[in-house]
Design a protein around this ligand. Structure first.
Ligand SMILES: Cc1ncc(COP(=O)(O)O)c(C=O)c1O
Length: 373
């Protein structure tokens, strides 16, 4: 009988779903991993116009339309002064597919992938699916990833290390010095740095830096997406940027697994990237106001909370039994260990939900925290 592959048997469905299923219908959901804003009108119009002009009926080029890749390249130039050749970009089905391409193309069975713990759930799962060995590493007390920790974890078997700034689930933003160090480590150890930058524009303090700006070799690949920046998670449009030889290898996986990213989504993404950016600014301002309210609320409840500078998550330290107390009162939060063993003793709260609901949730959290302490 045909059994299942060992690779797929290593992976289980994300622990986040269990929390959602346990919650009542009227629960306040602080578990959400997507912005609660509409996709900008001009992005939708980009897709609608392309559909009506019959531009979306056929496959696009495997890498994505030239116009979209030009728009992505222009964005790197505009935002970070980084020159990216449009030939060195593959448009993907969300950042998720881009992460998959990077690992499939660079990890051999038994090779190690180093990633932050707590960290985004896909790093572990996609490493297993690529046949690799997961090497989760702990974070600093402020929930950033110490380049020294990564450097110590590198062995002869390391294929990739993952950097994610701003980060899910912590909201932490790495400093410029850290990012420069990650680039140096990739260069000196000749190991690939996978920089997951899907939250690159959602940043409140400081500035976003990419290891791509500092690397002297081609040992950095960047994954990003329209998903969070333009509230376009449903459109499924992301990309990967890398050197030509790496893109050529990743294209093999993409060509046979996906052919091309969805054409309507490509046109929407092009319009989002080329059009006015005020929707992004307004969303980031709203997230910052909510972040401040949530931080105050959690601190008033007596919790220790590393201050997040980006994304839309906060990760307080919580006492034993806290998540259950909060969930019992119909506020959905995700236990930190859903993001790795070192997430134990923390919880992830997303503030991608309206201010009134957030305030209500904070009052409930205050009561729940007193009940458990
Ligand atoms: C850190 C991180 N990387 C990648 C992704 C995948 O994003 P997408 O929806 O574009 O596939 C997510 C989604 O939550 C994420 O949090």
């Amino acid at each position: 009988m045909t059994e299942f592959s060992n690779r797929v048997e290593q992976v289980s469905i994300s622990g986040i779903r269990e929390v959602f299923e346990a919650a009542g219908d009227d629960a306040i959901n602080l578990g959400i991993g997507q912005p609660d804003f509409p996709t900008p009108e001009h992005a939708r119009a980009g897709a609608v116009d392309a559909i009506e002009a019959k531009k979306t009926d056929a496959y696009t080029s495997n890498k994505g339309t030239r116009e979209l890749r030009d728009a992505i390249s222009a964005t790197y130039d505009r935002e970070y002064d980084i020159a990216v050749d449009p030939a060195d970009i593959i448009a993907t089905s969300g950042g998720s597919e881009a992460l998959h391409l990077v690992l499939e193309a660079h990890v051999d069975p038994g090779q190690e992938v180093i990633f932050p713990d707590p960290g985004f759930v896909s790093y572990d799962a996609l490493t297993q699916i690529a046949g690799g060995t997961s090497k989760p590493v702990p974070l600093r007390d402020d929930l950033t990833l110490d380049p020294a920790t990564v450097e110590e974890a590198i062995t002869d078997d390391t294929a990739v290390f993952v950097v994610n700034s701003p980060a899910n689930p912590t909201g932490a933003v790495q400093s410029k010095d850290d990012i420069r160090e990650f680039a140096r480590i990739a260069d000196e150890h000749d190991v690939l740095c996978l920089s997951d930058e899907v939250y690159e524009r959602i940043i409140f303090e400081g500035k976003h830096y990419s290891p791509l700006e500092f690397a002297q070799t081609d040992n950095v690949v960047v994954v990003s997406a329209c998903s969070k920046t333009y509230s376009m998670t449903g459109w499924r449009l992301g990309w990967v940027v890398g050197s030509n030889r790496r893109i050529e290898r990743m294209l093999r996986v993409h060509q046979y697994g996906q052919a091309c990213a969805s054409a309507p989504a490509q046109y929407a993404a092009e319009a989002a990237l080329r059009g006015p950016q005020d929707a992004v600014e307004e969303m980031v301002e709203a997230f910052e106001r909510r972040r401040d309210v949530v931080l105050d609320g959690l601190e008033d409840a007596g919790l220790e909370v590393p201050k997040p500078s980006g994304a839309f998550y906060v990760m307080p330290k919580v006492p034993e039994g806290w998540c259950e107390e909060v969930l019992d009162r119909d506020v959905i939060v995700v236990p930190g260990d859903a993001f790795g063993a070192n997430g134990d003793g923390y919880a992830r709260l997303s503030y991608a939900t309206g201010m009134e609901e957030l305030k209500e949730a904070l009052e409930i959290i205050d009561t729940a925290t007193r009940a458990v302490q």
